[in-house]
Structures are given as C-alpha cells and as structure tokens.
Design a protein around this ligand. Structure first.
Ligand SMILES: Cc1cc2nc3c(=O)[nH]c(=O)nc-3n(C[C@H](O)[C@H](O)[C@H](O)COP(=O)(O)OP(=O)(O)OC[C@H]3O[C@@H](n4cnc5c(N)ncnc54)[C@H](O)[C@@H]3O)c2cc1C
Length: 470
C-alpha cells in the first residue's frame, strides 16, 4: 500500500475516524488516516469520553434492565425538541445495540456504570479505562491491520469536483484517494469562530471567558471549507453542549475531572453574590448541561457553587479542591465577593427552606417557599461549617454545526449525495442532534456513522477501482 494513494483516506483521529478506518480496512480497502494532533494528543474529544448510550431489549453484561429503541428515540426527540432526522437517529440507535461486539473485537472493554453517576447503569455502557483506553485500543488494532497513520497532519483544504472528492491538501502536499471520510470534529477549539457565533453581549464577548473541555485540534477547518464549497450545512452555529466547569481548568483538555457536580446540593451565586436559577429543578444528569449557558449569561461569565459540610461526600469530587472557610464572610473574601451580600443571600435562602426528608436520589420534598428563584428540591439550609465553594465557568464540550448527510453518511451537495465523500462523528452529528443532549449519544452517533462511512467509502473505492480497470 502506498500511504500517499490509498483506497480510502480518513481525516481525523477520534472515535468516528477510527471506526471508519477500521471498517474500511476490514472491507479490504487500503486506508490512510490523517490526524492533526501529535501522537501523544491523538484521539480528539473521544479520548475524554466515558460511555456509550446503548439500545438493548434485555439485560446485557454491564447494562441493566432494558432500553428499547422506542424509549431511546423518545429520549432523543425530547432533548432535541424534535430537531432531529428520525431515519438517521433510528439508524444510530439500532447500531448501538450491535456495535459493542465489534468494539470488543478491536480491544475495547466495558465496565459497569460508576457510582456517583446517577441513573446511567441501564442506558450507558462505560469504557474500561475511559475514552483514552478506547482510542488506544482502536489505534493498536488499526496498526495491526496495516492502516497507515500520520500524526501532525492537519488537512487545510480539499479538492472537490462536482461534489466528488479528488484530493486533500496539507499545505503544498497533495494526497489523492479513491474515497474519503471526513471525521474532523466540530469547531469548538476555534475561539475566533466561537466569538463570531456567540457575538458581543452588553459590551462583553462571553466566549473570552469560556473554557474548552476537550481537544485544541478541532478548529473546524474542513467544516468551514466544505460549507463554503457547496456542501449543505446543518445545525445552528450558536448551539453547543456547554457545561459549568471549574474556573481553574486549563483552556483546553480539562476533560471530565473538571466538571463540578455540587450544584444541586447547595446554591449558585453570581459575581454580585446573588442566586439566579433553581439549583434543584431536576436530577443533575438531566440539568448539568444547562448550567454552562446559565453561567455564560452572568456578568463576567463566572458563578460559584456554595455548599456546606453536609454536602461533602454526596457528589463526585472534581480534580481541584474547593475553597474552604469556617465562616461565610471569610468564604466571600476568598471568592472576591461582597461579604454582606453573600451572607444576606444565604440567610434569605436558609429562611425559605421548608423542612422535608432529604434524599438526593429522588425528587425530594426539601424545597424553598416564597423565594425567587426557588429551589425546588434538595433545599437544605447552608449552616454547617466548614463552608465550601467552587468557582465555575462555561465549558464547551462540542458544537452542533455540521454537514448534511444521508443514511449512507454521504455528504450532500445541493441536496445530492456525494459518490465518494462521507462524513462521520461530530462534523455530522447535527443531523441527529439539532440541539440538546442525552449522555452517551455523541459516541453512539460517531460509532454508527463511522462504521457506515467506512463501509461506504470502501465500497466507493472498490467501485472506482473497477471503473478505472474497465
Ligand atoms: C470532556 C468530554 C467528555 C465527553 N464524554 C462523552 C461521553 O462519555 N459519551 C459520549 O457519547 N460523548 C462524550 N463526549 C462527546 C464526544 O467526545 C464526541 O461526541 C465524540 O468524541 C466525537 O467524536 P469525533 O470522532 O467526531 O470527534 P473527535 O474525537 O473530537 O475527533 C476529531 C479528530 O479530528 C482531528 N482533526 C480536526 N481537524 C483536523 C484536520 N483539519 N485534519 C486532520 N485531523 C483533524 C482532531 O485532531 C481529532 O483527532 C465528551 C466530550 C468531552 C469534551
């Protein structure tokens, strides 16, 4: 195989790219993968993942009870508010019921859901060793199968002819192939583009205070190139999965350990030391993804989760320790908040808490009365020293803008599917996920469409070869 002229070129180095490359190779195609990152940073956002949402009709190894197709579909329809393509969504859902044997064959291991991750043991299969172990296993398998892999190979443009892929370019270098799978993620790492998408609000550029939870290599270069060169776009550039994460996290690659899960156990205050949203509206797994946007709307895009000693041990501890003080004024001083205001906010909250039976595992009856905004569940006075706080900022997980594809993962140009250009993963996830999110569905989409794109690209390459020989 000549790495420069393979049957199938796969652009990207995360889950979707790896699934496409492995499937194309299994179908007999020669495959070259181009990963923008150096080897030690390979794997895109996929290296930060923990689990895959799986349809199943009966208990299976690490999955309890059943999670049938219809329930999965209804969950997806609900979170997206119907902004989804049912045909493509069901395709991904069905694939999630059969992909795990294939994943195991390529070295991925599963483990039961982690404690502290509420309600996921039925729906989500966790990767043993997390996403890092998953991508390492796939890379090992790819090497064993003879897939050529190049690192530090950021493709900057494509050569297209009437919707057909001709070649990829890395600067002056030209790489031809019979077919191509683009699996280069979203554009969340591209801060200038994110700035444009979010715009200026009240004289501030909110994005300047955002952190990127994953890779720095998802610059959206090919997403932009494709949509500017005839590929049909799908999704809204302002939509993204956005979580409140520890403000001390690095700008990129903070990953899962910087997520802070203490919000529903205390109160959230902004820079003015006042509350701004119901911290106990619903179970945390159903609400964690709204807090990124809520914090983004606060002045300076910062907020603080304030808890007391009673909350410790009830949530997964994040990597950074909380700030800690014996009194609320001292905590306010450490946070740089106005102490009398924080004390008044806590006093008003404590006075509004109605006695109930605290149970964090159910929507309990501990709520506030006569307080705006209310705290509808798990409201207990913050009165037991020591007091703790986590500073939080919006953390972008991924963006939703993508290219339109069909059930063969073929990229559409003016409504027509390309014969040899396919897309998988975050770059096309907007077809299924117009907005919202349900845990584990990113890997479902990437695995399903990665495998479809790989098979289709191999078939298109073989067909191309037959035409050339005829
Ligand atoms: C902290 C965190 C936790 C998450 N947890 C989960 C989870 O538990 N379950 C779940 O389902 N989803 C999770 N997600 C979402 C999940 O990561 C994505 O849905 C999924 O990884 C997307 O896979 P992908 O292959 O499309 O993109 P990525 O894995 O991001 O891969 C994109 C690849 O393309 C490469 N690339 C980009 N541009 C170019 C270019 N021009 N040329 C060459 N290569 C390029 C990048 O280097 C990267 O390797 C999480 C995301 C984050 C950030």
């Amino acid at each position: 195989m000549t790495p420069k002229d393979p049957d199938v070129l796969v652009i990207g180095g995360g889950n979707a790219a790896l699934c496409a490359a492995l499937t194309a190779r299994e179908a007999g195609a020669s495959v070259l993968m181009l990963e923008a990152a150096p080897r030690e940073w390979r794997g895109g956002n996929s290296q930060h993942t923990r689990n895959l949402r799986c349809m199943h009709d009966a208990p299976q190894d690490v999955l309890t009870e059943a999670y049938p197709e219809e329930e999965y579909w209804q969950d997806l329809k609900k979170v997206t508010g119907g902004i989804t393509d049912e045909k493509l969504a069901r395709l991904a859902i069905r694939d999630s019921s059969r992909c795990r044997d294939w994943m195991r064959r390529h070295g991925v291991h599963f483990q039961p859901s982690l404690s502290g991750t509420l309600h996921l043991s039925r729906t989500n299969a966790f990767f043993m060793g997390g996403g890092k172990a998953l991508v390492n296993a796939y890379y090992r398998s790819a090497e064993q199968l003879g897939i050529a892999i190049r690192y530090q190979a950021p493709v900057d443009r494509l050569e297209l002819q009437d919707g057909r892929f001709v070649a990829a370019r890395i600067g002056d270098e030209r790489i031809t192939a019979r077919s191509c799978v683009v699996a280069s993620g979203g554009f969340e790492s591209n801060i200038p583009w994110m700035r444009d998408a979010w715009g200026e609000v009240d004289g501030e550029w909110p994005v300047d205070n955002f952190l990127i939870r994953g890779t720095r290599f998802n610059m959206g270069v090919l997403l932009k190139y494709l949509t500017e060169n005839g590929a049909d776009p799908i999704g809204d550039p302002t939509q993204s999965h956005c979580v409140a994460i520890d403000a001390r996290a690095p700008l990129y690659d903070g990953g899962i350990c910087t997520r802070v899960d203490s919000v529903s156990l205390g109160i959230m205050v902004n820079k003015q030391a006042v509350r701004f949203y119901d911290e106990g509206e619903d179970f945390w797994p159903k609400r964690y993804a709204i807090w990124g946007r809520l914090v983004a709307k606060q002045a300076g895009q910062i907020a603080y989760s304030v808890i007391d000693a009673k909350a410790i041990g009830r949530f997964m501890p994040p990597v950074f320790p909380p700030l800690q003080a014996q009194s609320l004024p001292e905590l306010a001083r450490q946070l740089g908040l106005d102490a009398p205001t924080l004390v008044r906010t806590v006093d008003e909250f404590n006075a509004a808490c109605r006695a109930g039976t605290f149970d964090h595992a159910v929507l309990d009856d501990c709520r506030t009365e006569g307080l705006t905004p209310p705290k509808t569940h798990w409201a207990r006075p913050i009165d037991t020293a020591p007091f703790f706080a986590y500073p939080l900022r919006p953390g972008i997980t991924f963006t939703y803008l993508g290219v339109k594809v069909d059930e063969h993962a073929a990229v559409h140009f003016s409504g027509k599917p390309s014969a040899n250009l396919f897309a998988a993963g975050e770059i096309m996830a907007g077809n299924v996920l117009g907005k919202g999110y349900t845990a584990g569905v990113g890997m479902t989409i990437g695995t399903a469409f990665g495998r479809i794109a790989g098979a289709q690209a191999a078939a298109a390459a073989m067909q191309g070869a037959q035409h050339a020989a005829a």
